[in-house]
Design a protein around this ligand. Sequence first.
Ligand SMILES: *Cc1c(COP(=O)(O)O)cnc(C)c1O
Length: 406
Amino acid sequence: MSVAQSPLPTATETLSGRFGPYGGRYVPETLMPAVTGLEEAYRAIRTDEGFWAELDHLHRTYTGRPTPLTYAARLSNHCGGAQMYLKREDLAHTGAHKINNALGQGLLAKRMGKKRIIAETGAGQHGVATATVCALLGLECVVYMGVDDMARQRPNVFRMRLLGAEVRGVDSGSRTLKDAINEAMRDWVTHPESYYLLGSALGPHPYPTMVRDFQSVIGREARQQFLEATGRLPDLIIACVGGGSNAIGIFHSFLNDERVALCGVEAGGVGDGLGQHAARFSFENARPGVLQGTYSYVLQDDDGQIALTHSISAGLDYASVGPEHAWLHDTKRATYTTADDESALDAFYTLSHKEGIIPALETAHAVAEAMEQAAKMRPDQLILVNLSGRGDKDIFTVADALGMEI
Ligand SMILES: *Cc1c(COP(=O)(O)O)cnc(C)c1O
């Protein structure tokens, strides 16, 4: 039996939608029937072996799972400390972990008899993954995207259109991810017969649990691969945290292994002032609040207005964070740090030069933290880094930062 086929470790958990005080379902009454309908449908497939077998088959024959585990020998040498291993989600179809969730929810939508899919996207990776899955499963696809993000990520906008999706620009608010989610939810209110395919471990219950379940394939595979490669578990696991789906996906299989330290890396941006970063746990001005259907840490001003955020990576640029991370933070099961734009760029170049892997800028935040931690650790210690995605989409941003034109 392959790893991906193993039963969901969470299948016996109750579907409460709460992680300590966090999570929940804060949606307008008009959306309630759609959200509870989704919860019922997810409950039904959660223990349905046929569903998971079909998803597993598609992962093996379409997504390219299991993705490899790569020992980063030259990067480890370069840092002169712990040995680093990379879980290669960059090699999954469409270039990031996003496909794990999009395919899972796409199959669920199909089972629910849905014909039209709505999605939001920030960097465009979730939009591309969703458009891909809709093409594969024969579903209509509408993707909302902030117009500023559309300008930053033009190749992904074109990709979505090539895949047959309709991309709708959103020019309200900060014209980024938060506004795209608002618009997608508005669409869902007026078209409750559509399926809203949310892209991270965020939003009202059941999304944080469901998205985590679909992403936990990363950690299940990585755990077995790491044991096979090294004979033991890692000392430290590092992942970048935007909404938190790739991080919770790799953390989840290790939550009960108390000796495995878990570290999430947020976008430190260009400074610690409000509006200069997207670090929900690390600086002042982050405190619990409700944003877009869930109770979690939210970057806000003294009046509770949602703060603007900044990151060189569009995928980490969001004012809130998945509620399960808020709970892991408060209970200290995981620690959360930041990498700023500059150290992310530096890690981007270093990984490219030392390992022949061009990472996504989001991912480069995790690599930056891994390089820093590795240097402080012993050579017999082991770090597992979630390489959430590849950097093709970011070459224009990086060229800009270098003052070059492609
Ligand atoms: C979207 C994205 C992220 C951030 O989203 P999470 O839900 O926090 O995982 C990180 N890395 C890559 C490559 C992405 O595309």
